[in-house]
Write a protein that binds this ligand. Structure first.
Ligand code: KIV
Ligand code: ZN
Length: 399
């Protein structure tokens, strides 16, 4: 059977999107999702064009095991995946939960940084490497699609990281993932780690190099995109940037950025259907009970809103003046113009035209003066406020 990763990687510039909303995202929620909710989200992710769906951590609970099994049974085009520590019982639980699918991935991981190996795992580096190699070999008994992650790679000694990646690939890992587990690195530094691996690991071309960035310093998207520029070909991310602490890299941000700036990043593209972003984001927000922040890039309520008069005037003349992507491309209804004291006459006039009041049917100078007084008092002025102003002006004229 042709390995799907090798198939994708042989297409130049194809960046795989590995979604972990149901695993890394879900583990940070205050209330777990039900198996049905997880399935609903998984099917939406598949429809969005996600390549790999990390459906859960089967050893962690019976509920998670069942959800992973249910999702693996239903996916048709996306590859189902489960997480396992580098221990046989976790890998066996993954294999059991996923074997209902024709093709599936087992994702096994172990920490590689000094702080984690010494303080958390209390093992020597040689012991860690032996566990990683044994885990990858064990997972290969279940599937030819095995991903290995070096947890806290962002803070791992470079020589040890190269050694671990080489060993994991030799043991049979087809994807090697480099997590910035605590969101510690800055883009040039993280990109440097990826280019070091590309240059120093002799068998790196035998696996897909993946990245998994957390957002503790707000760098997750920048780090992931810099990694792609340096040769990474899988990004791990969550819808709406959900995840531990400040969250994981946000799926919609990397998908939109690669769509718009893929040429700048080395002629790359993803399989994400951009016009499904709005509805997937809304579904995840509703099911997880985690509202999308208003100013969140790409999917926030304000992401396509224009408030200042200068911006509104520009957008009314040509949307590209202040919109690098259109909301319609992402599946939203359209942009939003906030009428405030910063709005100009052009905005007021075009709103009234859209409401059915043609230019010349009212005195724009008078109306605009009243509009500014109202906006100063009220903040945001709505369509119905403008209509009320027109009505009061017509009464004054009648007097
Ligand atoms: O952040 C992390 O390191 C992880 C691993 C399990 C991939 O989530
Ligand atoms: Zn993570």
């Amino acid at each position: 059977m042709t390995d799907p990763d090798v198939r994708h990687v042989s297409q130049p510039g194809r960046v795989l999107i590995f979604d972990t909303t149901l695993r890394d995202g879900e583990q940070a929620l205050s209330r777990s999702l039900s198996a049905e909710q997880k399935l609903h989200i998984a099917l939406a992710l598949e429809n969005l064009g996600v390549d790999v769906i990390e459906a859960g951590f089967p050893i962690s609970s019976d509920g998670d095991f069942e959800a992973v099994r249910m999702i693996a049974q239903r996916l048709k085009t996306a590859t189902p995946c489960g997480l396992a520590r580098a221990v046989a019982k976790d890998i066996d639980a993954c294999g059991e939960a996923l074997r209902v699918a024709d093709h599936f991935r087992i994702h096994t991981f172990i920490a590689t940084s000094a702080i984690h190996t010494k303080e958390k795992l209390r093992k020597s580096y040689d012991e860690i490497e032996a566990m990683a190699v044994a885990a990858v070999k064990h997972a290969r008994r279940y599937t030819d699609d095995v991903e290995f992650s070096c947890e806290d790679a962002g803070r791992t000694d470079p020589d040890q990281l190269c050694r671990m990646v080489e060993a994991a690939i030799r043991a049979g890992a087809t994807t090697v993932n480099i997590p910035d587990t605590v969101g510690y690195t800055v883009p040039t530094e993280f990109g440097g780690i990826i280019s070091m691996l590309m240059n120093r690991v002799p068998n790196i071309d035998k696996a897909v190099l993946s990245v998994h960035c957390h957002n503790d310093l707000g760098m997750a998207t920048a780090n992931s995109l810099t990694a792609v520029e340096m040769g990474a070909r899988q990004i791990e991310c969550c819808v709406n940037g959900l995840g531990e602490r400040a969250g994981n890299c946000s799926l919609e941000e990397v998908a939109a950025a690669i769509h718009l700036r893929g040429a700048r990043l080395g002629d790359v593209h993803t399989g994400i259907k951009l016009n499904q972003i709005a509805r997937t984001s809304a579904l995840v927000a509703k099911m997880t009970n985690e509202p999308v922040p208003n100013h969140k890039a790409i999917v926030g309520g304000n992401a396509f809103a224009h408030s200042s008069g200068i911006h509104q005037d520009g957008v009314l003349k040509n949307r590209s003046t202040y919109e690098i992507l259109t909301p319609e491309m992402l599946g939203f209804d359209g942009n939003v113009m906030h009428m405030t004291a910063r709005s100009g006459r052009h905005m007021v006039k075009s709103t009234l035209t859209a409401l059915g009041y043609p230019e010349g049917s009212y005195n724009l100078d008078q109306l605009y003066a009243k509009f500014l007084q109202l906006a100063d008092r009220k903040g945001q002025v709505h369509d119905y406020d403008l209509e009320a102003l027109l009505f009061s002006m017509s009464l004054e004229q009648a007097d």
